[in-house]
Ligand binder design. Structure first.
Ligand SMILES: Cc1cc2nc3c(=O)[nH]c(=O)nc-3n(C[C@H](O)[C@H](O)[C@H](O)COP(=O)(O)OP(=O)(O)OC[C@H]3O[C@@H](n4cnc5c(N)ncnc54)[C@H](O)[C@@H]3O)c2cc1C
Length: 328
């Protein structure tokens, strides 16, 4: 079978070549790094212990956003950086990354008044270089007319603003980068686990295990890119690599709902004093039904994946890798 042949060829190349860079992990950060390096002429190898994009990068909300929620903590520099990255993604991948409109409702008694939030949406638009459609103020009547599925009791209005989303889906987006890296000569193979890397003189020697055959081999590279997502710190600890930053797992709630609204396609968010996210905002994204998983939560000993059909607790902010849209 052709894919079998490609994998065998790439396994042989992984064992024989001295790479400029070996990337561990084929999520968005590993795939993006491999594609960028290969496009610049570097000799790149990439291995993943599972399917490409099989961990965090297939469990996202499919958003390439500008970080509106960081306005609340006055992280304007970060929001600017994220907005610029979002705009670049929309420009670079017009058929894949597209603008999406959010409807935000505001309940009386929320910790910020409605006007503060609306001003925040305008500020977000300005920080984002006016790249998307401008925010729009909504009365309760507007919400009832335009999104009849939203419960308007207790609301005093809302607004609409734009971000962008991955039109296909996150895993396909990742695969696009792997494909592009392969096209530029990268030797990529999945079901190959890195089981230990050591520094020998001027190069890294990584012991790898082909998880289909059980065979072990060594991969040599001048640099090693650890893009193992939630496993990155474990891999660093095992390879005795010290880093300035570590992952901090946190918990958020993403509620994916079936597309049931008559108009139906728009994610809606609510700012409510009684929101399940401790008085913060909550959002629901109309989505074709699919399972979602929960990454590790604070206090867990390692990644454990639970299948839950509708609600995903998210590992949302990490100090090293951050969101997919931040990686480029
Ligand atoms: C519910 C949820 C919603 C999210 N929504 C968004 C969003 O809308 N927009 C956004 O930008 N971000 C979002 N994020 C964050 C985003 O998904 C992550 O920041 C991103 O996917 C991290 O990618 P990664 O490549 O670093 O890690 P991962 O995708 O986890 O990839 C790591 C890879 O490393 C491999 N690996 C691990 N150990 C080894 C080893 N020893 N040898 C070989 N391979 C190994 C794994 O198999 C895996 O494929 C969301 C996250 C969650 C959980």
């Amino acid at each position: 079978m052709p894919y079998r042949k490609l994998r065998d060829t790439n396994l042989a190349r992984l064992a024989e070549t001295r790479f400029d860079a070996l990337v561990l992990g084929g999520g968005i950060n590993g795939a993006g790094s491999a594609a960028a390096l290969a496009a610049r002429g570097a000799k790149v190898g990439l291995i993943d212990k599972g399917d490409f994009a099989s961990v965090t990068s297939q469990q996202s909300s499919n958003l390439a956003w500008g970080g509106i929620k960081y306005l609340e903590t006055y992280e304007f520099g970060l929001v600017r950086k994220l907005c610029r990255a979002r705009n670049k993604l929309i420009r670079s991948y017009p058929s894949t990354v597209q603008e999406i409109r959010f409807t935000m409702s505001h309940e009386k008694g929320f910790r910020h008044g409605r006007w503060i939030l609306i001003l925040g949406a305008w500020l977000y638009w300005v920080i984002g270089s006016f790249f998307t459609r401008r925010p729009r103020l909504l009365s309760v009547a507007d919400i009832e007319r335009e999104e009849p599925i939203v419960e308007t009791r207790g609301l005093d209005g809302g607004f609409e603003y734009s971000d962008s989303y991955l039109h296909d889906n996150d895993a396909r987006f990742v695969w696009g980068f792997i494909r592009s890296a392969l096209d530029r000569g990268c030797a990529a193979a999945n079901y190959v686990e890195a089981i230990g890397s050591t520094r020998e003189g001027s190069e890294w020697v990584t012991r790898a295990r082909d998880m289909m055959s059980g065979k072990e081999f060594f991969v040599r590279s001048r640099t090693l890119i650890n893009a193992c997502g939630p496993y990155a710190d474990q891999v660093n600890a095992r390879d005795q690599v010290q880093t300035a930053h570590r992952h901090v797992f946190s918990k958020g709630i993403h509620i994916l709902v079936d597309r049931s609204s008559s108009r139906g396609s728009r994610p809606t968010s609510g700012c409510s004093p009684s929101s399940p996210t401790t008085g913060g905002s909550s959002s629901s994204s109309p989505w074709p039904a699919r399972p979602a998983s929960a990454p590790p939560t604070r206090g867990s000993t390692g990644p454990r994946w639970r299948s839950r059909p509708m609600i995903a607790a998210s590992c949302w902010r990490t100090s090293t890798s951050g969101c997919a849209c931040r990686s480029r």
